[in-house]
Ligand binder design. Structure first.
Ligand SMILES: Cc1cc2nc3c(=O)[nH]c(=O)nc-3n(C[C@H](O)[C@H](O)[C@H](O)COP(=O)(O)O)c2cc1C
Length: 348
């Protein structure tokens, strides 16, 4: 006799732990890390790799104008470990073929798995430059970028996009078909209208509309918090896999847990908090390491019923050593976990 949870976990790992072919390359699992500015950096990805189970990782958004001349030893975002390149997609935001083609060529030359065009970001700094979700306002401009990039590179090409600027799903469906015709290999779809601060729920049925419209793989994204949410997204939308954002920062071991049923010891939270501190120290200067750790704590602290208090202790720290003292003092096995990470902490 299996419990409901055991049956769910088995169903989920059966769906996720399957290879997928994208643009002639094989990806080992169908649970991926979403691009996360300020959070999905090289240090975080090293920690994530230690837990395993993540099929593809996406970099933080990089600017198209800077990528061609960016020095990976100095850049905080265009930086990687060579061993992660076979599973790492570089996400780039830009407005025109003139900006995007040189960036795409550089990404291919560096050896990334693929190139991802950001058509989802609706923060004003990006939209004002006609990049990110602004491209969804002008489908012909979006297509010109996609077609030019497709001609320029042969590595897998991804587009991450959202519903658009009105709640109607038809424009996104039409665009998805045009992306496929233009040679895009995979779509990652976040069914929310722009601009939206994640206060309204994503419309899961819209993932289904996009997935049914094209024959390339479509990954669903948005508000997947629990394994049951993940299974529900797969079952109800027919998406090829799931892209995880904020929960990947809160609990990076979920990739191993959901794809392979690998359970973690009770010490996992403390261990994770320490690993993050060490990895940030290895990859960044002390000022940037501390800044990035503090950003990480918003998502990490949401795991606990005392999340607000924990976060305020972290925010007072003036050095990475003080961060480690907070971890040693306050994160112990047996701490009260929030039933599910507190989403209100996330809506920044
Ligand atoms: C702090 C933060 C930074 C993000 N940065 C990016 C980004 O650089 N590029 C992008 O396409 N999406 C970005 N997103 C959106 C996420 O990739 C994802 O679509 C969104 O968080 C919904 O997924 P989730 O509910 O699993 O977090 C960001 C989201 C957050 C919360």
């Amino acid at each position: 006799m299996h419990t409901i949870e055991e049956t769910l976990e088995k169903d989920l790992s059966r769906r996720l732990d399957r290879p997928l072919e994208i643009g002639g390359k094989t990806v080992s699992s169908r649970l991926w890390l979403a691009p996360l500015a300020g959070l999905g950096h090289v240090a975080y990805r090293e920690v994530l790799d230690g837990y395993g189970g993540c099929g593809l990782m996406f970099t933080e958004m990089c600017g198209a104008k800077s990528v061609p001349t960016e020095n990976p030893r100095i850049s905080p975002v265009f930086r990687w470990r060579d061993e992660e390149l076979p599973r790492l997609v570089c996400q780039v935001a830009g407005a025109t073929p003139e900006e995007m083609v040189p960036a795409a060529r550089r990404v291919e030359d560096c050896g990334f798995f693929g190139f991802d065009i950001n058509m989802g970001c609706s923060v004003s700094g990006i939209v004002k430059k006609n990049a990110g979700a602004a491209l969804l306002k002008d489908p012909d401009a979006a297509l010109r970028v996609v077609e030019a990039v497709r001609r320029a590179i042969s590595i897998p090409l991804f587009v991450k996009f959202r519903t658009g600027w009105t709640p109607d799903i038809e424009p996104a469906v039409r665009l998805a078909r045009r992306f496929e015709d233009a040679g895009v290999d995979c779509l990652v779809f976040h069914p929310r209208v722009a601009p939206d601060k994640r206060t309204r729920r994503p419309v899961r049925g819209h993932i289904k509309s996009v997935a049914e419209a094209v024959s390339i793989p479509v990954f669903g994204n948005g508000d997947v918090i629990t394994s049951a949410d993940c299974l529900n997204m797969l079952e109800t939308t027919g998406c090829a896999g799931v892209s995880i954002g904020r929960m990947a920062i809160a609990r990076p071991w979920l990739f191993a847990e959901w794809t392979s049923n690998i359970a973690q010891p009770e010490t996992v939270f403390r261990d994770y908090a320490m690993r993050m501190a060490d990895a940030l120290d290895r990859h960044f200067d002390p000022v940037r390491a501390l800044k990035r750790y503090k950003l990480f704590t918003i998502y990490f602290a949401a795991n606990f019923t005392f999340g607000h208090a924990l976060q305020s202790w972290f925010l007072k720290a003036k050095s990475m050593d003080e961060i480690r003292s907070v971890v040693r003092e306050h994160i112990r096995p047996g701490l009260q976990l929030a039933k599910q990470p507190n989403l209100s902490l996330y809506n920044i």
